[in-house]
Design a protein around this ligand. Structure first.
Ligand code: NDP
Length: 434
């Protein structure tokens, strides 16, 4: 805490996990003997670099890029790239740290990493995005590879950016190593379902939680924050299961549509026009727009799916959701609920699906993309979707079982932390001190 006192997001993520691990350490002195906690919180390495690029006016622009390779005990480093002005070392470390346990939970051979840059893609032309991606990869390429470290997308990095990054990697390395990045578009190595995977996976996970309590999505009112990759496909699958999704947001504000969000309009605005969410009301006269995104949690709903960013639900927002009758909260974004909010949910009997379990469908499908790339083959949409669905079911079961084994029945926060940790810790012991 003293050493990294300024890295608030990183400390928050570590604290949340360490609290859950107390019962594990009580029963497994070998983890203390091997000093696992001190080792697991120090990244293997942090790569930090300058990214210099030319904007459309031929001005030289400079950003800072990062790659945090946190832990590769279970498999090659794996985790997304985030392009957002808020990116700093603390945020990179928290995301990479969480990624270790999430990737372990998928049951697939992938370690934990994260990267990105403090670059703001908003308002940039397509050419500027391309030049930035090329400059970013010109530095990053030397640290990654299909068996070394495999980046993917995250906030501000979707199929378009992955394409530019991949093109530059290929140019520099003179090899079509498809497995070096995931989230590629289908046609040059991308997997079907990867675009949908995090949102679909989140809804599959919630479906398991509901099913366990003899409920379903049918006719439930749902609020989803964000309107990016995760949010859009969470909305799509929730609607597919019969839910009514009434609200979503971007970083400027939120829309409320009492008739249920029209997904085609939302996709047109966000995926095609890359416009702001406020323009939704131009198409739907019954809908309303409110400036400021945090107010979205005051909309009454039975299921809340935060899918925008970290710390978007604090204690007050959690209490508002609870008093408005929320029954299920599941995290599509990484660490969207702060510790106070999580405690409110757990203490008030809300079914709570923590990020590292509930949003693991994205990285799991990335690992399926790596498998297809390695075997130089493509699987059909339904084949990948079925694998994703099964992975989410087994993650749910694993978390649930780990929680009950240690006496925390129904607490998926404790369950996911323990189940994710134990595999990595055992691997660290087996692979020796290094
Ligand atoms: P996108 O960039 O596609 O969308 C992000 C959405 O969140 C946008 O609507 C954005 O609004 C909003 N947002 C971003 N920053 C803020 C902020 N500071 N305050 C309020 N709203 C904000 O990203 P993704 O959908 O890919 O990622 C969303 C979350 O899901 C992140 O936490 C990410 O780490 C997590 N995640 C993503 C995975 C994936 O496969 N993509 C996998 C697992 C987790 P605006 O357009 O105004 O910026």
């Amino acid at each position: 805490k003293k050493k990294y006192y300024h890295q608030t997001e990183f400390l928050q993520a570590v604290e949340e996990i360490f609290i859950s691990l107390v019962p594990v350490f009580e029963q497994h002195p070998e983890y203390i003997k091997h000093n696992i906690l001190s080792r697991i919180v120090e990244p293997d390495r942090i790569i930090s670099f300058r990214v210099t690029w030319l904007d459309d006016q031929n001005n030289v622009q400079v950003n800072r890029g990062y790659r945090v390779q946190f832990n590769n005990v279970v498999g090659p480093y794996k985790g997304g790239l985030r392009f957002h002005p808020s990116v700093n070392e603390s945020i990179m470390k928290f995301l990479a740290f969480e990624q270790i346990f999430k990737n372990s939970l998928t049951g697939l051979p992938i370690g934990g990493a994260k990267g990105g840059a403090d670059f703001d893609p908003k308002g940039k032309s397509d050419e500027e995005i391309m030049r930035f991606c090329q400059a970013f990869m010109t530095e990053l390429y030397r640290y990654i590879g299909p068996d070394v470290d495999v980046p993917a997308g995250d906030i501000g990095v979707g199929g378009r950016e992955i394409g530019y990054l991949f093109g530059q990697y290929k140019r520099i390395c003179a090899a079509h190593e498809a497995g070096v990045l995931t989230g590629k578009k289908p046609g040059y190595g991308g997997s079907l379902v990867r675009t949908e995977a995090t949102g679909y996976g989140l809804v599959y996970f919630v479906e398991e939680m509901l099913h366990d309590h003899k409920q379903s999505f049918l006719d439930k009112t749902v609020v989803v924050s964000g309107s990016g990759n995760v949010a859009i496909y969470a909305i799509e699958k929730a609607q597919h299961f019969g839910a009514k999704v009434v609200a979503c947001s971007d970083s400027s504000g939120y829309i409320y549509d009492p008739d249920g969000i029209d997904l085609n309009i939302l996709k047109e605005i966000k995926e095609v026009k890359r416009d702001r969410i406020r323009t939704y009301i131009d198409y739907r006269p019954n809908a309303s727009y409110t400036e400021g995104c945090s107010g979205i949690w005051s909309i009454p709903c039975e299921i809340a799916l935060p899918c925008a960013t970290q710390n978007e639900i604090d204690g007050d927002a959690a209490r508002t959701l609870i008093s408005n009758g929320v029954k299920v909260v599941a995290e599509g974004a990484n660490m969207p609920s702060n510790l106070e909010a999580i405690n409110e949910f757990l203490n008030n009997g809300i079914l709570f699906g923590p990020a590292k379990a509930a949003n693991a469908g994205g990285v799991a499908t990335s690992a399926l993309e790596m498998a297809q790339n390695s075997s130089r083959t493509y699987w059909s949409f339904s084949e990948v979707d079925e694998k994703l669905h099964n992975i989410m079911k087994s993650i749910y079961l694993e978390c649930k079982n780990a929680a009950s084994t240690y006496g925390f029945e129904g607490n998926l926060v404790v369950g996911s932390n323990i189940a994710g940790f134990v595999k990595v810790a055992n691997g660290m012991i087996s692979e020796g001190v290094y």
